[in-house]
Every structure is written in C-alpha cells, then in structure tokens.
Design a protein around this ligand. Structure first.
Ligand code: HEM
Length: 483
C-alpha cells in the first residue's frame, strides 16, 4: 500500500515536471516560431500530430502521413511534432541522400530515450569512430563471407521448425508461428542455445522487453518501460552466465571461435588488440536480437500474405525453388550459392518490403545549424527519413500501389529511392543476413505447401511494424510430392 502511494506520488511529480517542461518548450516554439524553419504543423501541444501518424498506421496507410504533408507543404521537407518532439521530415531520394551522406558531419543517429536506456553500452548508443569500430566487429559476423558458413545451419533450423510447427496442420497462424521461428533462429545463430525450454523462457522475457523498447521511458512499477528494464536485466544475466561459460570452453578449446555471435564477440579484438567487455558483448547481443526479430517476422509474414493473394507470383517462386531443390542431391542442405540463384524470389521479397517496409524510417539529430532546401535546420533538431516518401511515389514507382516484381529487374529502382534498410554509415547491418533468412524460409515453405488466407479481409496494422490484425491464419495444402 505504502509502495503504491509512493509510486503514485512519484508518478504525479514526474507528470507535473514533464508537463511543465513540455508546455514551456512547446509554447516557446509556437509563440516565437523560427520563420526559416521548413513549413508544416506542430499539431496539438505535446501530442503534436502523433495521433494522425498512428491513425494512418492503424488504417494500413502509413505512407499517407508523409505523402499528404509533402503535397500540402513542400515535397522536399516539412516539420511536424511526434511523441512530444518537434521533428523535421526529409523527403524523396534527395532527402534520403542528404541524411545518409551527412552522418557525423551535420547530424548523428538518434534513438528515443527508451531505446537508449535499454540498450545501454551497445552500438545504439555510439557515434563517430566508436560506432565505426563496433560496426566492423559486428559486421564480420553478419557479412556475406561469414554468412556462407551459416546457411546450412539456417536451413537445418528451418527444416526443424517446419517439421514441428507446420507439418500435419490444416491451419496455421502465420505471424505468431513465424515469431517463434525467428526467435529460435536468432538464439541458435547468436548463442547456440537450442534447448526448447530455455528458448521459451527467454522468449517470454524478450516479449516483455520488446513491448517496452519503444515506449515513454518512465521507470515506475507498472509501466511498459519498467517491465522492459526488468526483462532486459533478466536476459542480460542469462547472457552474462553464458558468456562466462563460453569463455572457459574457448580457453579449454572445447568451443569453436566461429561457432556463433557470442564466440565471435569474445575472440574478436579491435583498435590495437582491445577486446569487448562482458557488458558490451551482452548489450550488443541484446541489440541484435531487438533489431532482427520483429523486422524479419514482419517481412516473412507479409511475403506469405502476398503469395496467398497472388497465385501467379507463388507459381513462379515455386518453380524457381523446385529447380534449385532438384539440382541438389536429396537431403543436401542449402548453400550460399543456392541463394544467389533465387533471383525472382529475392525480387518478390524486395517488392513486399517496398509496399510493407518492416521499419518505417529512422531518426537523426542535427549536430550543427545547417541549411536544407532554403530552410534553416537548427542544431538539436530531430530529423526523420521515411520510406513512404519514396516507396509510394508514383514517379519513382509507377502505379505504386500495385505489386510488380519487375521493378527490381535490371538496374532496379533509382538510387536512394528504395530504402527498407536505410542507407549510409548507419544502414542496417543485418540486411544480407535478413534476406538470407527470408529466402531460406521461403525455399522450405513453398517446397512443402500452398496456402489460402482463412480470413481474406484481414486488416494489416502498423504495430509499429506491419502486422495482420488476426495473426494471418492460413489453410495449408501440402504438395502431393515433395523434393
Ligand atoms: C527485414 C529485416 C530488417 C529490416 C527491414 C531492417 C531495417 C533496419 C533499418 C531501417 C535500420 C535503421 C537504419 C537507420 O536508422 O538509418 C536498421 C538498423 C539496424 N539493424 Fe536492421 N533490419 C532488418 C533486420 C536486421 C537483422 C536480421 C539484423 C541483425 C542480425 C539487424 C541489425 C541492425 C542493427 C544492428 C542496426 C543498427 C545499425 C546502426 O545503428 O549502426 N537488422 N535496420
């Protein structure tokens, strides 16, 4: 009881302080607006245009928020206010290029406070040379050279998953099932944990962590953020234990230095022979779990949705995958070279991520005052690039609402117009890894099944990634003969 009253007092105090800060800040901005700022609306005090932004997401039309304002204010850049922050949205290929090119010169990466506080000593909180070094350590595990070694393991894990979660079922809910798959895969590849019980225990904590990563960072019992802090601490403790055991095993030559991400981070030195601390290792594994999980789950789910809706596209994917399967001895696992032959399937994945990008965009912060398109961008401004400004532009992508795989044939889209993974020095480091995992899954699922949507009118909502509102139940039709 005492505890509850204490929490309530802190909550009320916190809210008063926050309101005072926000009211002063927003009224200052509104009463004396800088005439050279980009045009746009800051909406309601504090709330800004957040509800409008969320509403377009719930309606499955996330790009409308940006495209409507590009038409109304300026197709190059406009201002808005989201989650209590005034933000400047850079639009079109030129806007993307500007943000991607000027990292560490005019601007730096920016994450909401909840992300920064939960991912403590990871790459998410690093900039400049420190970030460059950490990226190079992580990239040597995620780049094509390293991935070549891991495709067979990915294939094996995917076959296990399909056997246990799809075979023998008439109906499967795609989103929650793929959610388990991406989680198992991440734990296998990053830490070599394969025990189901252990994975389920960690998955439960991880779900709580994920729900609080993008939330108001108020650390009071009962808030999403508080639960996420506790869950992150529990996962960190598990990972720390695992790191200690692995270090011992590596010292005794009972584990391989290339076994998984954990081994890789323990044995890789940087900047003249320095090794990562235990905390850095644990926090970066947590970052990679966060960055890879929901994104890949959303992409695979959306590919499954489109393949059910577009039988002609499904047939072409099936043909390509069967040709690859038939070219191999029965039972032989997929290799890196096989993925290079999946040209059509890879273009299908690209088109799905154009229409339904798992990540809507990214944040930056101006580190100096600068000018863009004739407007002043003051130091400290929060900046956004948004996939909607280019992916749904009818000039860059004619009949932009239509699914058309041929857009990715030949030279493909114009530079800086197709950006599901961002660009520049902070571009997604897992893009090759993610595409490989999606293709391995696609290979295994189309070889075994066709499927129909059980609820064809099901809506997609942005939560914040595209997610079918009922989990995308599908009726499975196994092929008569399997390769
Ligand atoms: C379809 C799946 C994925 C999509 C669409 C995606 C997209 C993105 C985007 C848009 C960014 C932000 C770029 C920016 O702010 O400019 C990002 C960052 C990042 N992603 Fe991914 N991602 C995916 C999968 C993965 C995977 C599988 C991993 C790791 C195994 C990963 C690791 C990261 C990391 C570490 C960052 C932060 C990079 C930095 O700050 O330097 N992502 N991702």
């Amino acid at each position: 009881m005492q505890f509850t009253m204490f929490s309530a007092a802190i909550l009320v105090g916190g809210v008063c302080l926050l309101s005072y800060y926000v009211i002063i800040k927003t009224f200052k901005e509104r009463l004396s607006p800088n005439p050279h700022l980009p045009p746009g609306s800051l909406g309601w005090p504090f709330i800004g245009e957040t509800f409008e932004y969320l509403r377009t997401g719930v309606a499955g039309q996330h790009h409308r928020f940006v495209r409507d304002r590009m038409e109304k204010y300026d197709p190059q850049v406009f201002k808005t206010s989201l989650l209590g922050e005034s933000m400047i949205v850079f639009c079109g290929p030129a806007g993307n290029k500007f943000l991607f090119r000027n990292e560490n010169k005019l601007l730096k990466i920016w994450w909401p406070s909840s992300v920064r506080r939960l991912l403590k000593s990871s790459l998410a909180n690093m900039i400049g040379d420190e970030a460059k070094r950490m990226r190079s350590v992580l990239l040597t595990f995620l780049d094509p050279h390293a991935l070549e070694r891991n495709i067979e393991r990915m294939d094996l894990a995917t076959r296990d998953h399909i056997r246990t979660c799809w075979e023998g079922k008439q109906e499967v809910k795609v989103h929650p099932t793929v959610n388990v798959y991406t989680f198992e895969m991440a734990f296998r590849m990053f830490t070599s944990i394969e025990d189901c019980g252990h994975i389920l225990k960690l998955a439960a904590q991880f779900d709580i962590f994920l729900r609080g990563v993008i939330s108001f960072a108020i650390n009071i019992p009962g808030t999403r953020f508080h639960c996420a802090v506790k869950a992150a601490d529990a996962i960190r403790e598990e990972l720390r234990l695992l790191a200690r055991q692995r270090r011992e095993a590596l010292d005794k030559k009972m584990a391989s230095p290339t076994q998984d991400l954990l081994s890789h981070l323990l044995v890789t030195s940087y900047a003249g022979g320095k090794f990562l601390s235990e905390l850095e290792i644990v926090d970066n594994i947590l970052l990679l779990l966060f960055a890879s999980h929901d994104t890949t789950t959303s992409a695979i789910t959306c590919v499954m949705k489109y393949l059910a809706e577009l039988p002609e596209v499904y047939r072409m994917v099936l043909k390509e995958q069967l040709d690859i399967a038939k070219s191999k001895e029965p039972g032989v696992l997929l290799k890196w070279e096989d993925l290079q032959k999946m040209r059509y399937s890879s273009n299908v994945v690209s088109e799905v991520m154009r229409l339904l990008p798992p990540v809507r965009g990214g944040f930056r912060e101006a580190i100096v005052d600068f000018t863009y398109a004739g407007y002043t961008i003051p130091k400290g401004s929060k900046l956004i690039w948004d996939t909607g400004s280019t992916h749904m532009d009818p000039i860059l992508f004619p009949e932009a609402e239509e699914f058309d795989v041929s857009r990715f044939e030949g030279a493909g889209p114009a530079p800086n117009s197709y950006v599901p993974f961002g660009g520049g020095p902070r571009m997604c480091m897992g893009n090759v890894y993610a595409r490989a995992q999606i293709l391995v899954f696609l290979h295994n699922i189309v070889k075994r099944f066709e499927w129909d949507l059980s609820t064809p009118d099901e809506k997609l909502v942005y939560d914040p990634m595209p997610t079918p509102s009922q989990g995308l139940p599908v009726r499975l039709r196994p092929h008569q003969s399997s390769v």
